[in-house]
Design a protein around this ligand. Structure first.
Ligand code: HEC
Length: 213
């Protein structure tokens, strides 16, 4: 067998050339984007989650990390992106719900649980933690708030939005309007609201939705 080096054919040269150009462009774009991101003073995306911890919340934050919750969850914009992000959950769930969920997940979750619950589920250890540790963690999570209207908040943006009205008008089948209540006419869940609850009266909503038809 001869192992003599063969010169590249012109087709191969073109192919490798194109690949090299792509890799070069990707590297340049990455460096440019990172430089832009690092030299900006304000964040690239508007921040819609915030927190202001009580003493128990600080303790809970430490326990949350020590208990390896971050293996599956994201909080304070840290942790994995694989599981549920808990940033903003304090605006959707009440402290009582969180305490009850951590103690007895299956009895309190609306659908079947995947990881929380009795062993051999992977997060089975959570309900076996000392009660006061679980309580501090629940306080911590309840203090992770989201602004009204952000994707992790319980309530849509305050005030009327032409965009939402148009989407509802275009995409929601007529029978949904009979079967479901428009969340914008509901009160925010108790203990979960950050901004003021929506005060859209049913009349204004009715005229808005009939205007769509
Ligand atoms: C093995 C992965 C895993 C670990 C570890 C884990 N979780 Fe979870 N967590 C989940 C999954 C998945 C869900 C969704 C419910 C389910 O299917 O179990 C969830 C749901 C939750 C919820 C409910 C969120 C909501 O609003 O629906 C809370 C609160 C929570 N976890 C807190 C914790 C805390 C606190 C810890 C650490 C002590 C922890 N989790 C550790 C995977 C995990």
């Amino acid at each position: 067998m001869s192992k003599e080096k063969q010169p590249l054919k012109s087709g191969e040269k073109i192919l490798f050339g194109i690949v090299a150009v792509f890799i070069g462009l990707a590297v340049i774009a990455y460096v440019a984007l990172e430089t832009y991101r690092m030299t900006r003073t304000d964040p690239l995306f508007e921040n819609k989650t915030h927190y202001n911890f009580s003493e128990a919340g600080h303790l809970g934050s430490r326990l949350f990390r020590e208990a390896r919750c971050t293996a599956c969850h994201r909080a304070l914009r840290n942790g994995t992106n694989m599981g549920l992000s808990l940033d903003g959950v304090g605006s959707v769930r009440s402290l009582d719900w969180l305490v009850a969920f951590l103690a007895d997940p299956e009895a309190n979750y609306a659908s079947r649980t995947l990881d929380h619950g009795p062993s051999p589920k992977e997060a089975a250890y959570v309900s076996e933690m000392p009660e006061e540790d679980r309580y501090a963690i629940a306080v911590f999570i309840s203090e992770l708030k989201a602004e009204q209207g952000s994707s992790s908040a319980a309530m849509p943006p305050e005030g009327r939005s032409d965009f939402i009205d148009n989407m509802v008008g275009a995409w929601a089948p007529a029978d949904w309007k009979e079967r479901f209540q428009d969340i914008r006419t509901k009160e925010a869940p108790e203990g979960a609201s950050q901004g003021k609850p929506q005060s859209v009266s049913p009349e204004t909503n009715e005229s808005a939705s009939s205007a769509q038809e």
